[in-house]
Design a protein around this ligand. Structure first.
Ligand SMILES: Cc1ncc(COP(=O)(O)O)c(C=O)c1O
Length: 438
């Protein structure tokens, strides 16, 4: 067992001054007895204040695509911030970042806007869908996460007791204190079922501004939708004059092809990006068709923000995108590495006769405990995945030096080595054997 006495002492002190001792609620769910306090981190590794080393698969919940503290990003950031931090004006690197990101996204007629977090940029996306179409309603799917704001923080991981009938899901708020009126603007749907969505479009005939989704459901089992689903959703949107919007906060600048747009070969009207985009620095981006983005461009749909396109984040994004463009196999290499881990985990499942299950893409995937070989939506996850067992597994793995996220999502970084993958599989094996004994 790792000794985490220094973390315990700091947690007691933190609770005196910081609400709950933490700055984002998910951090309370670390698999140690108390939230972990970190001394430093580099590449694939992280060290806590008690000197314990972990191979880190949380990686900041996704942003650290190059691992912790990448030298090449830090170098460019420190050079740029010596000139200034926030200008409340434009500068040339911002244009470079826009050009390079659109190159990776493989678009010609798109423009972008920058912000600082995924939550924030998804708010702009929703406002723009409404502003452009002059319609108030939008579709949000169960099991999908688009940040913690009132307008959208519904039915992320709802208890099925509260979630209503599967043909007519209820909007279940994720928090107390949310503005109840926001419920009227959101239609909750089950994902990965085109007939269900067709019924919704029939019911709300030409009233839907847009359909927002994680095109690969990274926040629930990293689900890749059924063949043809995304294409059919796009067609439905077109037939109804509604916009299709992808939340690529996790998938963007990470998965094979660099985006779900490229992975599926389906171009949405709008898409949001954040996390991996700037190798750990806070940035977010809304991108989309020029005719729609022009509503933001001319101020019809208002967007502001003091920290938008700040020098540090833009410099980090610039360095990060250069690396993705210059290294022709960037996304393939990351994908391959993760797929080794996925197949290793699924092999352990067979060899040891335990129901651990990995699914998703290589660069980001999900671990759960289930007897099914494929989970296809939130309700399927709720009924078939044993979260208590996953938590127990993570607690054991934690004490063997493997740091996993509380929601099952595994983030690969370019700095995870072959050795890290092998050691992780070995520690997983020991953890599963220990679970079997108890
Ligand atoms: C798909 C998705 N969208 C939006 C967000 C919100 O991003 P942020 O935490 O930067 O506000 C997240 C965060 O995990 C996410 O996974």
């Amino acid at each position: 067992m790792n000794n985490i006495n220094n973390s315990k002492k700091l947690y007691t002190r933190a609770k005196k001054y910081i609400a709950g001792g933490i700055s984002s609620q998910i951090r309370v769910l670390e698999h140690s007895e108390v939230p972990l306090f970190i001394k430093n981190a580099k590449g694939s590794k992280i060290w806590d204040v008690d000197g314990n080393e972990y191979i880190d698969f949380i990686q900041g919940m996704g942003p650290n695509i190059f691992g912790h503290a990448p030298d090449f990003i830090n170098k460019q950031v420190s050079e740029e911030i010596n000139k200034g931090m926030i200008y409340a004006a434009q500068f040339d690197k911002e244009i470079e970042v826009a050009e390079k990101s659109l190159k990776i996204l493989n678009t010609k007629d798109w423009t972008v806007r920058f912000a600082s977090s995924g939550t924030e940029i998804d708010q702009l996306l929703i406002r723009l869908m409404r502003g452009f179409t002059n319609r108030q309603l939008f579709v949000k799917f169960e099991g999908h996460y688009h940040g913690w704001m009132d307008s959208i923080n519904y039915s992320v991981h709802p208890d099925l007791e509260l979630a209503g009938d599967k043909s007519n899901p209820e909007a279940v708020p994720e928090s107390k204190g949310m503005d109840e009126n926001t419920k009227n603007g959101v239609i909750i749907a089950r994902w990965n079922d085109i007939e269900h969505l067709r019924d919704i479009f029939k019911k709300y005939d030409h009233q839907i501004a847009g359909v927002l989704m994680e095109p690969i459901l990274a926040n629930t089992n990293c689900i890749i939708p059924d063949d043809g689903y995304i294409q059919s959703v796009k067609k439905l949107c077109e037939e109804n004059g509604s916009l299709l919007a992808f939340d690529e906060v996790i998938t963007g600048f990470r998965i094979l092809g660099g985006s779900a747009k490229e992975y599926f070969g389906v171009t949405p009207d709008l898409a949001t990006f954040a996390k991996s985009f700037a190798g750990g620095f806070p940035i977010a981006m809304l991108a989309g068709k020029k005719e729609i983005m022009d509503y933001v461009g001319n101020g019809t749909v208002y967007h502001g923000g003091s920290f938008n396109s700040n020098v540090a984040s833009i410099a980090a994004a610039n360095a990060s995108l250069d690396e993705m463009i210059d290294n022709k196999n960037f996304f393939e290499d990351l994908d391959k590495k993760g797929k080794k881990l996925i197949s290793g985990i699924n092999k352990l499942s067979k060899d040891l006769k335990v129901n651990i299950h990995a699914q998703g893409l290589g660069s980001v995937f999900s671990i759960s405990f289930t007897n099914k070989d494929h989970i296809r939506d939130w309700r399927d996850h709720f009924i078939n995945c044993d979260e208590t067992k996953y938590k127990y597994f993570c607690q054991i793995a934690f004490h063997k030096g493997i740091r996993l996220s509380s929601n099952g999502r595994v983030h690969l970084a370019t700095t995870h080595t072959e050795n890290d993958i092998e050691k992780t599989l070995e520690m997983f094996k020991l953890s599963l054997l220990e679970m079997k004994k108890n």
